[in-house]
Write a protein that binds this ligand. Structure first.
Ligand SMILES: Nc1nc2c(ncn2[C@@H]2O[C@H](COP(=O)(O)OP(=O)(O)OP(=O)(O)O)[C@@H](O)[C@H]2O)c(=O)[nH]1
Length: 553
């Protein structure tokens, strides 16, 4: 993070060697405390020093005057004893020359003024007065007078104020110098290293490998411990970042691999939300279903399943089954045709609970099996159909007849079997060749198919020139059975032209019905075959119903 980002920092960036003071910075607080403390201390101690200095100066002067009085006491005593005016005048004059002395007088014990210098003052003004009793030179018990020295109050106080002021100033200066020293040492020892440490910490980007430098002078102190702790934290942080980077790298590589698999796999993968909306799908799924992604994005709700699969109800059943069984279910599903070509997929569906949303996610994997289905269909068709005519072969016809019988038995209905054998076909082969015979067989197959109801009926080729037709929902009494049989005879008797050559054949048809002529396919086939031979025997080109069961038995 850059130095300018985030909220205002308590200490500004290093400006040269000294930190710039900012509001709420430690240095500012320290400085303010120092200034206020120094001011208070200066005022208190300055005032105290002044008061004490003043008193001390007054006392000093008082003691000095007392010493003066003591020094001249003997002489003054002699002068007073002897009433020597000259001596006393000289003495008082000498004392009065002292600039601190305002007035000096010598009095006799009775109060008579013997000598004096200076003007008399009001008693209350002269608060520094030295009065020394004068003892007789030969008898110390005899008082011969007194010496009174009064100080010059104005001068004395001015002198005391001067001395007290100097003392107070010295005290203030001492406090200021101490405060300055404290500021300088505080800044150098605490603020400046902290600011530099903060600056280095800002520069030390996570994972950069940078470490904080410990100044030699702070190697063993609290700051050194703090830097060592910060470096240990950076170390741990770097290691965690490195681990996280490696982890992220491997996760990204794995994701890229999965993405590559997801994008390039031949399987179409899709994820549907609980509402059936497509949430994710790989390119293959878009290719398989053949719908542009822009179009899919417009689909809402369960439109994906309804628009992609030909039978969406089957997919919905698979989803329900997967939820019920908690397993993946799979099936071959036909896709909705965008053209006439049928497309098939093998689809695996599994429903997973999404822990994040608490709802089910439908995961689907689809493989395009259209080619396989087509090959299977072709193989099955080949196995079940006659390659020449395209009709069902004998095995497939018999299987189909079995199904018709089962359906009719289940429904209590009927079913008619027409056994058809061409008449005079051998001559075509003999006269025009086998190829022309094949062409005749093909034309006959077409005519047979045209004669029956294609959707529900069966037309099969069961032998060389033998065909079978099965008519569902038809019994021996149905006029439609005889009509169709007659129609077939008529159609097959119509002349043909093969390679320009006229061809004339005919058909003999034997009919047997379920359940009247038998309940088993074999019985019905045999009955119809016998009826057909009966027709052959009686002149061909006609049809006949099998004999009644009682007579057949
Ligand atoms: N061209 C061709 N001929 C076939 C094929 N299968 C069988 N045949 C011939 O069909 C003929 C069938 O014989 P028939 O049923 O006796 O011939 P037909 O002349 O119809 O005799 P009737 O049934 O008694 O009227 C035989 O000559 C077979 O060789 C085939 O796939 N192609």
């Amino acid at each position: 993070m850059g130095a300018d980002s985030g909220r205002a920092e308590p200490i500004a960036a290093v400006n040269g060697r000294w930190p710039v003071l900012r509001l709420r910075s430690l240095q500012l607080h320290f400085t303010l405390v120092l200034v206020v403390g120094a001011t208070v201390v200066s005022v208190l101690f300055g005032a105290l020093a002044y008061l004490l200095g003043y008193e001390r100066a007054i006392d000093f002067r008082r003691e000095a005057l007392g010493a003066m009085a003591q020094a001249v006491e003997k002489t003054a005593a002699v002068g007073a004893y002897a009433r020597d005016a000259i001596l006393l005048d000289e003495l008082t004059g000498g004392l009065a020359r002292n600039p601190m002395v305002a007035r000096v007088e010598v009095r006799a014990p009775d109060g008579t003024l013997l000598a004096q210098r200076g003007e008399p003052r009001a008693a209350e003004v002269a608060d520094v007065v030295i009065v020394t009793p004068l003892a007789a030179p030969f008898d110390s018990k005899e008082i011969v007078g007194s010496l009174r020295i009064e100080a010059d109050q104005a001068r004395l106080r001015a002198d005391a104020r001067g001395r007290a002021g100097a003392l107070a100033a010295a005290m203030v200066a001492q406090t200021v110098v101490l405060a300055l020293l404290l500021y300088v040492f505080g800044a150098r020892l605490v603020s400046q290293p902290i600011v530099r440490l903060a600056h280095e910490l800002r520069e030390a980007q996570p994972g950069s490998g940078r470490r904080l430098t410990t100044p030699w002078s702070h190697r063993d102190d609290e700051l050194g411990t703090l830097i060592a702790g910060a470096n240990a934290l950076l170390e741990t942080n770097d290691a965690a970042l490195q681990r996280e980077r490696e982890l992220r790298g491997s996760v990204e590589a794995m994701e890229a691999q999965y993405r590559q698999i997801f994008d390039s796999t031949s399987a179409g993968i899709f994820v549907l939300g609980p509402d059936g909306r497509l949430i994710n799908g790989n390119p293959t799924v878009l290719k398989v279903i053949g719908v542009p992604v822009e179009q899919i994005r417009q689909w809402r709700g369960s439109e994906f399943v309804r628009r992609v699969f030909a039978r969406p109800e089957r997919v919905e059943a698979m989803i329900d089954e997967s939820i019920a069984r908690g397993e993946t279910v799979s099936a071959d599903l036909e896709l909705m045709r965008s053209d006439s070509v049928a497309r098939w997929v093998h689809c695996l569906i599994s429903v997973q609970g999404d822990a994040a949303t608490g709802s089910d996610m439908i995961e689907g994997v689809m493989y395009d099996i259209t080619d396989r289905r087509r090959a299977e269909h072709d193989a099955r068709h080949q196995a079940e159909h006659d390659p020449l005519t395209g009709l069902k072969n004998r095995a497939a016809s018999e299987a189909q007849i079995d199904r018709f019988i089962a359906e009719a038995a289940a429904a209590g209905g009927a079913m008619a079997l027409l056994y058809i054998d061409l008449d005079g076909f051998k001559q075509v082969n003999d006269r025009l060749g086998h190829k022309a015979g094949d062409a005749v067989l093909q034309r006959c197959a077409e005519r047979l198919q045209a004669a029956v109801r294609r959707a529900s009926d069966l037309v099969g080729r069961i032998g060389g020139d033998e065909f079978i037709v099965a008519l569902t929902h038809s019994g021996p009494q149905d006029i439609a059975v005889a009509q169709i049989a007659q129609h077939i005879v008529t159609l097959l008797c119509e002349p043909l032209a093969i390679d320009g050559e006229p061809v004339q054949i005919g058909a003999s048809i034997g009919i047997a019905c379920f359940p009247h002529h038998g309940t088993q396919r074999r019985q019905l086939m045999q009955a119809a075959d016998e009826a057909m031979y009966e027709v052959k025997r009686s002149g061909k080109n006609s049809f006949a119903m099998a004999a009644a069961p009682s007579s057949a038995a």
